[in-house]
Design a protein around this ligand. Structure first.
Ligand code: HEC
Length: 237
């Protein structure tokens, strides 16, 4: 924390042009703004301290922003991001617990992204092992949230105390890799989310989820994560 503020203050006192917040919405884990989007100035706050924001990384729940001053580079940047990420995620023990309880598969190994080193000018020059760790943890967090819902009649809004795992342990027989496909009981081509909703309304006896709700997105994430390594084969009955 202290380190970050010092760098940030240094950036400000040097009159470094802050930028960012230039328009487009970033997805989680993506960076908003870069050295190239100069024009707009923006400032942010870390605690009491005003900083010049040069990069924002939005976490997957959309709540937390990681702000780092422009002239923080290399390992210092990696450390600053990790510091902030940890502070933004004080509750991450439940992810480990969920992982242990339901034994879900780890996300892909992205270490090839770092090949060729982290030097300036490299396409991936800004990425470090810390980035890879953040990507993996944020991804696991979404999957873990899906796992919690999948295993909870309450979270699913079941009126008969039924959760998905009772019929689909570890998401067995959910076949996400076969979508889109023609589903006979619905009489049309559907996506995974439509069958999730079919099961919520029928065996689970709950209320359909909005297709874009946080719960539906997490359920999809969990189900797909469980089928890691399975070949995609849409249309398969
Ligand atoms: C009481 C048992 C039961 C429960 C509980 C249940 N399902 Fe199902 N599920 C089924 C059956 C049976 C099918 C097969 C339906 C068919 O294809 O005719 C199915 C099919 C599916 C499919 C499509 C599989 C495929 O091969 O395409 C998905 C996805 C799915 N369920 C997800 C869920 C989710 C998510 C939950 C929790 C919200 C859930 N199910 C709860 C019994 C259940």
């Amino acid at each position: 924390m202290k380190r970050l503020i010092r760098y940030a203050a240094m950036g400000a006192s040097l009159g470094v042009l802050g930028l960012v917040l230039a328009g487009s919405l970033a997805g989680c884990g993506e960076r908003r703004g870069s050295k190239d989007t100069a024009a707009a100035k923006a400032t942010g706050r870390i605690g009491e301290t005003e900083v010049v924001v040069v990069e924002e990384v939005v976490s997957c729940d959309g709540k937390n922003k990681i702000m780092i001053a422009k002239d923080v580079r290399g390992q210092a940047r990696a450390d600053a991001r990790m510091d902030q990420w940890k502070r933004n995620n004080p509750d991450r023990h439940w992810v480990e617990e969920e992982k242990t309880a339901h034994n879900f598969k780890p996300p892909a190994d992205n270490s090839d992204v770092l090949e060729g080193g982290q030097r300036e000018g490299n396409v991936y020059g800004d990425f470090t092992e810390t980035d890879l760790l953040i990507w993996a943890r944020e991804t696991e967090k979404m999957v873990a949230e899906g796992s919690r819902i999948f295993h909870s009649g309450d979270r699913l809004g079941s009126t008969v105390g039924v959760s998905c795992d009772m019929c689909h342990p570890h998401a067995a027989n959910t076949h996400p890799e076969t979508y889109p496909k023609f589903q006979t009981q619905l009489g049309r081509v559907v996506l995974l989310r439509d069958m999730i909703n079919w099961c919520i309304e029928n065996p689970v006896r709950g209320k359909k989820l909005e297709a874009d709700s946080a719960e539906m997105r997490a359920l999809e994430a969990y189900i797909m994560a469980q089928r890691k390594g399975t070949v995609m084969n849409y249309g398969k009955q």
